[in-house]
Structure formats: C-alpha cells, structure tokens
Design a protein around this ligand. Structure first.
Ligand code: NAI
Length: 410
C-alpha cells in the first residue's frame, strides 16, 4: 500500500490523504453480509460529494472465527498491526463464546489500541417502529468508557488459587466472603475516567450540544462509580471553566450563554429518565457496564440494534463497528439489517472530516426507511412496509445517495 494512502496523526490532528487505505474486518455471522451491503452507499457518497477526487481504498484483514478458519489466530498480530498503521478501521461483529474459550476480540482490540471511548449515537429515524410514544424525543450520544470496569477483566473463579488467596485475605478484614463465591475486582481510575469525560465534553462543544450527563452508581460504589463522577466534575471545573459548568455549582444562577451544563444521574434513575424525559439529555458519559446496558436500552427505544451504530475511539485511532452482534440466528439468510453498519460507515466518514459524504449517507438511509422500505427486523407485523433483503436495502440507499446528490446540484 502506497505511503500516501496512510492517515497520520500529528499535533493532535488527524491528517487524511485523499485516498486513504482503510482495513476492513468482515467479522462473523452477519458481519460480511452487512459490510458488503453498506459499501456501495458509502463509496457512492464519497464519489459523488468529491467528484472522484477522494475515495477509500478498503482492504480486508481478519479476526474472529473467520481468522481461525484461515489458520490464523483469533486476533492475528498482523490485523492489530494493520489497524495501528492505518489508524482507522471498520469492523463487523465477531463471535465471542460465553463461559469459556477466548476473550472477546473487541475487548482485546479496544485495550490493545487504547480505544478508550465507545461512542454510540442513538436517534430516531422516521418510519421505524418503536415501543415508545415519542421516539424522536431521544437523541443522545453515549460515551462509554472502553478499557476499565468489567473490561479490566480481573475475575477469580471459585476455588481457583487467586480466589482462595483473595477471599482469605478479605476475611481477615472482616468481609464475609461465602465459601462458594467467585470474585471480581472493579477497577476505575482517575486518568481514564477523566479522558473519557474530556472526550464527551469536546464532542458536545464541537456540536454545540447543551448537556453532558455523567451516569454512575456512586450511591453504592463510592470509590469507583462515585469517583468517576467526582473526577469528571473536576475536569469541568479545572479545564472547561466558562465553556462548561457543573449544574450543582450554579446554585440557582443561570448558566452563561452557550455554556454546556454538566450534571450526573444514578444509573438506575437514568433508565427511567431516558423514557420519561428523553429531551433533557444530549451526551452521556459513563462507565463501561452502565454504558453497555444504557446503549442497548436506548437503541431499543428508537427501534432496535439494527439501526444503532458505534465507534471505538482513542488518540488519533478509531475502529468503527455496529452495536449489534453476529446474529447467528439469521446469518446467511440475506435478511440482516445493514442499517447499523451504514450509519457506522457514516460515523467513519465524519471522523475522516468528510462530513458532506457522512451526512449524505445518513440522509439517504433516513429517506429509504422513511419511504417504508425496510428489512424484516423492522417490518414484523406491519403490512404497509415493503420488505427488503440485506443487499436490496443497501442498494436502495446507494441509489438514494446518487438521486439526492443529483437533486441538490440541479
Ligand atoms: P446479537 O446482536 O447478535 O443478536 C440479538 C438479536 O438481534 C438477534 O435476534 C438477532 O437476530 C438480532 N439482530 C442483531 N443484529 C441484527 C441486524 N443487523 N439485523 C437484524 N437483526 C439483528 O446479540 P447476541 O445474540 O447476544 O450475540 C451473538 C454473538 O455476537 C455473540 O457471540 C456475541 O459475543 C457477539 N457480539 C459481538 C459484538 C461485536 O463484535 N461488536 C457485539 C455484540 C455481540
């Protein structure tokens, strides 16, 4: 691959050539299907918006079962190296066995490349069936810490040497550890909490969003979840004075014009608030496990995982992937919804700074769904909807990209 296709990161800025090479991990299950279905729309948007002066040179690298079947490791060193070198990658879901077997590739990827923000925007697209009355009222972006908490993975199985040693030490400190317990250690650090909150505030500032809410379970876990919120507020006070303000510090006064309000919510109350008063929220910064639960719940509110995109972002490096998994129940049937992957591709384009192309993909997706053409996950029980296959839906979005672009130039 020519060196002029390499994305660089200098002085905190991403420098993107006109024809960047970007690794693609097709993934397992429906991964290859949804990637193949979304590529035409993404490529068409770039081609149309920049008249052929820009393009993406996609190239495949492997991870997951697909890698094992090729005789490679589940996460081959060359795949990690390709992402490190090219800085931006896109990935289909990969299979993780529960209970035993290898660790989640996603967890290893995120930790190895220090992709510390898991960014999950959730918004409603007109026409999608939702279980709530006003799904359009929810428009939030979740920043979920991506390297600590449950991802730190410090666990000791009952009866293992680690559990026996740790449990007996804890008993000397009067913690009543049952003989049949497994143990897990929750790790949340100041530096890693603060960089996540910083990323969320920067995102809100760049998009002129009004509020950043820190979500935690600090009423119970004060040294970890509670500390996450305290350290987050510290960042606001020390680094963003004038541009953002902790709501409690206002003491009844009004914020300055354009100032971002930063507040916090206990995780369980947040699930209720997101349903009862969704308009209150814009950006959510939270710890790993809370973020996982919240983003799936929010996705359900706007119509499900099939329309929920995501990204793992670090310093000048990012891996984009949909929120959903490999969906083994529908893999190979040509019925998976490529929507999440399409919107994930739009996030990738935005990260490159190709915002016109990104917007064109989102608008075209919205337009196809809005016209009543959808995959089966969004159609069930709705005779008025036109059922599309995975490829059919992807092609319809690509055609809409071309139609919309032509219409704007008339
Ligand atoms: P899943 O997201 O694969 O499936 C949950 C349900 O949603 C299934 O009924 C599935 O058919 C449906 N679904 C998911 N994506 C869809 C789409 N694009 N279109 C239509 N329907 C869709 O979650 P599950 O079953 O918990 O996990 C399956 C496998 O995926 C596991 O091995 C898990 O570890 C892995 N996984 C991988 C992720 C990743 O690589 N980023 C993320 C989540 C799960």
């Amino acid at each position: 691959m020519a060196t002029d296709s390499l994305i660089r990161f200098e002085n905190g800025l991403l420098i993107v050539p006109d024809h960047p090479a970007i690794p693609v991990i097709p993934g397992d299950g429906i991964g290859p299907e949804v990637i193949a279905a979304s590529r035409p729309a993404i490529d068409a948007a770039v081609e149309r918006c920049y008249g052929g002066t820009r393009s993406i040179q996609w190239f495949e690298v492997f991870a997951g079962i697909a890698a094992v079947e090729k005789g490679l490791d589940v996460l081959p060193a060359e795949t990690l190296e390709a992402i490190r070198k090219h800085r931006v990658a896109i990935k289909g879901p990969t299979m993780t066995p529960t209970g035993g077997g290898h660790r989640s590739i996603n967890v290893v990827l995120r930790q190895a490349l220090d992709l510390y923000s898991n960014v999950r925007p959730v918004r409603y697209f007109h026409g999608v069936k939702s279980p709530v009355k006003n799904p359009h009222a929810l428009d939030v972006t979740i920043f979920r810490e991506n390297t600590e908490d449950v991802y730190a993975g410090v666990e000791f199985e009952n009866g293992s040497p680690g559990e026996l040693e740790l449990a007996s030490w804890l008993r000397t400190k009067n913690y009543p550890i049952p003989e049949d317990a497994g143990l897990g250690i929750k790790i949340i650090s100041k530096a890693k909490s603060q960089r996540l909150v910083r990323a969320a505030i920067e995102y809100a500032l760049a998009r002129k969003l009004h509020r950043v809410t820190l979500v935690h379970k600090g009423n119970i876990m004060k040294a970890t979840e509670g500390a996450f919120a305290r350290w987050g507020f510290e960042v606001v006070r020390e680094e963003y004075a004038g541009r953002a303000v902790v709501v409690a510090d206002l003491k009844g006064a009004l914020p300055q014009e354009g100032q971002i309000l930063v507040d916090d919510r206990i995780a369980d109350a947040m699930f209720q608030d997101l349903i009862l008063q969704p308009r209150k929220f814009a950006v959510i910064a939270t710890t790993n496990l809370n973020g996982d639960y919240l983003s799936d719940a929010c996705a359900a509110q706007v119509g499900g995982l099939g329309v929920a995109p995501g990204a793992n972002i670090g310093e000048g490096m990012a891996v984009f992937e949909p929120t959903h998994g490999t969906a083994p129940d529908i893999a190979g049937k040509g019925i998976a919804n490529p929507g999440s992957m399409l919107l994930t591709g739009a996030m990738l384009l935005e990260y490159l700074g190709w915002v016109e192309a990104s917007q064109l993909v989102v608008d075209s997706f919205a337009s196809v769904v809005g016209s009543g053409r959808m995959t089966i996950d969004l159609v069930v029980g709705r005779p008025e909807i036109q059922l599309m296959s995975t490829t059919g839906f992807g092609d319809a979005v690509a055609e809409e990209v071309i139609r919309r672009h032509r219409a704007t130039r008339r």
